[in-house]
Design a protein around this ligand. Structure first.
Ligand SMILES: C[S@@+](CC[C@H](N)C(=O)[O-])C[C@H]1O[C@@H](n2cnc3c(N)ncnc32)[C@H](O)[C@@H]1O
Length: 263
């Protein structure tokens, strides 16, 4: 509301382009701060024992990793990055599969929850996602990057491109990138306001005013190709039914899952 008033007033005073660019910076920042606050609460409750962590890894990730035969060449030596690790459900799965692990998240509570789940297993963790930072790995050091149900929360084309470039930098030749993005049918995207190039201001309950960057499938294919990845597989999965909790028959939690291979 306040932002809309600001836009109307400032449009009269300065150029539209200047106002638009300024608003994009402000809203992207607001989005990340809302993301952090939202996920801090979720994962702090897990760490404090007030909420249960997810009990199993994401079934569609497990399916993709196993069907595509993604595994370490040298067990306990190959390194995998879990970007946006959450409560560590997938981190543990990758570790059990024989990878050394780097786990990152924008939320400190998520990192704490992941460390809790991993127990005595060695793991490198870092809080990452606010601003364009470097992934803590040398060029070509990783054989696998997983980013499950996370990358759309980077919120802008610029941040998405930054971390994609980082993925290219840290992956070894023929290294694997497995990630998800919302489909055009995802209920949050369907209910969101489109405020920029593939950029959406969420309206759904518990996600109000968070901003996500969610290009459509043809655009994602171009982004993948332009970063030098070969797209091996793209699958779609969805949860939800026609109950009000999911917002109606066509409003599903619906994601694309990609398996790409670095050049
Ligand atoms: C839906 S959860 C998925 C967590 C985990 N990958 C899983 O599958 O259980 C989204 C995760 O993205 C993280 N996240 C949100 N915004 C982020 C950002 N800008 N950079 C990095 N991680 C972010 C959240 O803290 C959260 O852990």
């Amino acid at each position: 509301m306040l932002l809309m008033t600001f836009i109307r007033v400032s449009r009269r005073l300065v150029s539209r382009r200047l106002t638009w660019n300024f608003c994009k910076v402000i809203t992207a920042r607001m989005s990340i701060e809302k993301n952090v606050a939202c996920y801090e609460t979720i994962y702090r409750n897990v760490v404090n024992g007030k909420a249960e962590p997810m009990s199993v890894p994401a079934e569609n990730l497990v399916r993709m990793i196993k069907l595509e035969r993604i595994a370490p060449q040298v067990a306990e030596s190959d390194v995998a990055l879990d970007f946006g690790c959450g409560d560590g459900r997938n981190t543990k799965f990758l570790s059990d599969r024989g990878y050394q692990i780097i786990a990152t998240d924008v939320s400190q509570a998520a990192i704490d929850a992941t460390r809790l789940r991993m127990g005595a297993k060695p793991i490198q963790t870092v809080v990452l996602g606010i601003g364009a930072h470097r992934i803590p790995a040398a060029d070509g050091a990783l054989s696998l990057i997983v980013s499950w149900e996370t990358l759309h929360w980077l919120g802008s084309r610029e941040m998405f491109a930054h971390y994609f470039r980082e993925f290219v930098r840290v992956l070894e030749p023929r290294g694997h990138l497995v990630f998800t993005m919302p489909t055009e049918q995802h209920y949050i995207k369907l209910n969101a306001l489109e405020i920029g190039f593939s950029q959406y201001q969420c309206q759904s309950e518990n996600r109000e005013d968070m901003i996500m960057y969610a290009p459509n499938l043809p655009t994602l294919r171009v982004i993948i190709r332009e970063h030098g990845f070969a797209l091996k597989t793209v699958k779609t999965y969805a949860f939800g039914d026609d109950s009000p909790e999911w917002g109606g028959a066509h409003n599903r939690f619906s994601m694309y899952a990609f398996h790409c291979v670095a050049a």
